[in-house]
Design a protein around this ligand. Structure first.
Ligand code: TMP
Length: 212
């Protein structure tokens, strides 16, 4: 089973992925955790270019193709083998991030991005996507604090430095895209305690596992 987590910056995806991984392992599942960008060796090189504050001269199209390249490598080397081995694989971001950030955020055509993603994922769309939804003002404040604490502002801060308007378009884009893909998405209010959020996620994941 392939599960992805999506949302703007600072929604608490990392915490929830850890909680879900522990829960699934305790229930007897074999679980791999991965992320985009940077889920493969080549992807880690692409991540440096994509997230560094110095990449301000990147064009929208170049950014798009680097995310797609990262994904194609990630699917081939990490996701496909895990799914074929019968594992649960959880990815922190995946193809929906491209549709929402490069599409609704940057203004590229979401329909075209869906088609380009079809090439990159080669049949491996997620079985379940958890969208953690939060007000961008709250999320960005959390993400900035985390980057400052981890001293990652320069290395990883390019998207956090985007305007609040950009992040609001991304948030709305996620909600629109989730409504268009209801069979796969669950939307969770991330402005709750980690335990409250996890209770909702657990319920949805168990439901999905039982229906397979
Ligand atoms: P993160 O690892 O802190 O979530 O940072 C990844 C950033 O990359 C995040 O701001 C969203 C952005 N992104 C895209 O714009 N398009 C994509 O396809 C992916 C996977 C991420």
């Amino acid at each position: 089973m392939f599960i992805t987590f999506e949302g703007i910056e600072g929604t608490g995806k990392t915490t929830q992925i850890k909680l879900l991984t522990n829960f699934l392992k305790e229930s007897g599942h074999e679980v791999d955790v991965t992320l985009e960008p940077g889920g493969s060796r080549i992807g880690r090189e692409l991540r440096k270019i994509l997230l560094n504050m110095d990449s301000t001269d990147i064009t929208g199209e170049c950014e798009l193709f680097l995310y797609l390249a990262d994904r194609a490598q990630h699917v081939g080397q990490v996701i496909k083998p895990a799914v074929e081995a019968g594992k649960v694989i959880i990815s922190d971001r995946f193809a929906d991030s491209t549709i929402v950030y490069q599409g609704y955020g940057r203004g590229l055509d979401p329909k075209l991005l869906r088609e380009l993603n079809d090439v990159a994922v080669s049949g491996h769309w997620p079985d379940l996507t958890v969208l953690l939804d939060i007000d961008p003002e709250i999320g960005l404040k959390r993400a900035m604090t985390r980057n400052l604490q981890d001293n990652k502002m320069q290395e990883e801060g390019r998207f956090e430095a985007e305007s609040i308007d950009f992040h609001s378009r991304v948030r709305e884009g996620y909600l629109t895209w989730a409504a268009l893909n209801q069979e796969r998405f669950v939307v969770i209010n991330a402005d709750q305690t980690p335990d409250e959020i996890f209770t909702e996620i657990k319920e949805k994941v168990v439901e999905r596992l039982q229906s397979r």
